[in-house]
Design a protein around this ligand. Sequence first.
Ligand code: ADP
Length: 537
Amino acid sequence: MLGAMQDWDLVVTHLIDHAAREYGEREHITYWADGTETRTTWAGVRHDAKRMTQALRAAGVRKGDRIATLAMNHSRHLVTWYGAVGVGGVLHTINPRLFDDQLEYIVTHAEDRVLLYDAAFQPIVDRMRDRWPCVETYVCFDSGDHAPAFEDWIGAHDGDTEWEKVDERDPCMLCYTSGTTGNPKGVLYEHRSTMLHAMAGVQPNLFDADSRTVVLPVVPMFHAASWGLPWAGTIPGIKFVYSQVNDPKVLCGLMDREQVTHSAGVPTVWLAMFNYLDSVGKDVRDVGKLRRAIIGGSAAPKFMIERLMKNGVSVAHAWGMTETSPIGTTGSPPANWDELSFDEQVALVMKQGRPAFGVELRCVDLDDHTKVLPRDGKSSGALQVRGPWVIKRYFKAEEDAVDSDQWFDTGDVAVIHPDGTLQLTDRTKDVIKSGGEWISSVELENAAVGHPAIAEAAAIGIPHPKWDERPILVCVAKPDMIVRAEEVLDHLRDKVAKWWMPDAVEFVDEIPHTGTGKISKKDLRERFRDYVLEKVE
Ligand code: ADP
């Protein structure tokens, strides 16, 4: 027997239809790189998306075709999200910080037919054009010197059209992981998964958004689907404050003037903002009405969480990955939150929070990847995840990326506490195996950067005849600071177990980073490939 409710496919064009209908006048602001500002509304975004759908059809784009963007955060980029899916296409947001070989690989692999880009990335387009034979149409978001300008391109159409009919299991978006190992891999989101993810995203436990919410998303629209904000924001009709540039002075100015309540970004973004506020003798509470900071992408350091919380901002420390759309967990307050001391609250927020409804987590033994570990806050293992917005198979891959029970191996190493709180301890590829036991490179690094003269640190395993591997610590000293290896080791001594102590501390001018700004352990290991430990015992 079937149920007797209506057919209403979970397709993402419903989102923009809803926002335009229910919050049509709600405004969005964009600050452009040339210092000008424009305003639009949810109704304006929908109208432009319809015109873009017509422009795409006129360019020969059909259902299932990939439409790429190479752009920062702005309202035309938001229009593109809905214009691309409106034609039944698949939006592919490209990270402009990728290396040329990766850019060539992903555009070719995705078979992008249209590419819309910011004028600031004209040099990338000029450099890559010959290496992207699949791209037939280029459109420039801001000026039309080298390609049609976006406003002119959609301006030729009236917006009087229907969205392309699609199935809820059809794809709507493609994001590539930055590929710390091997080639980048494509994650193909579908309408249904995106819709469920958007509905989950606005809950109090996650973005905590309602119709009063004003969001300045610092997370770029090309990073893991901008954490789903352009989709989720339609549900309560939030206001977006966008900046095409990532200048903390501009961002703080916008936060203040537009009374921004929510912001989302990786830890380095908050760091840049703190530095700017320090330089003008202000603190977070002096700008706007910020009450929620969503931090994810890498671990949020203690001082950052403390400072935001002392300024009355609730911190949602979230874990996720491109493969999980990306919401996995978030640090929302547990039932006993109000009974905890400030320090206990900070300690809790430093962990990666609890799973959103729709996400299941478990840790399995690192050696055999099958034995399920207890949620005891001690047993650390390979983190696996499953749920309706978690990847099943990479784009164009021949095999599923999950086991027969749908568990996806995240590549992270974690413990799960009895209350369900997740705590990441490492990446599977980076954890160091010494004498049959695992050493967390992340914990060594966190302890090392607590030294006042260390700017950045990375721990890697070096082959060892007796112990299998031993850790060495690679450090970058802060500018004009001199620090000796022995001082770093002294600093670590009461912070990590004796057998975790690095066998050597090396200083470098710079630690290699990936396109998304994370430490590239792969490149670092390559650099220290022939490293010989001084004393082997
Ligand atoms: P990439 O691997 O391409 O950089 P992602 O942005 O998808 O792409 O990165 C996901 C990874 O980032 C996670 O698997 C995890 O290792 C790390 N990560 C994400 N959020 C956090 C967090 N809150 N704390 C620590 N690590 C995190």
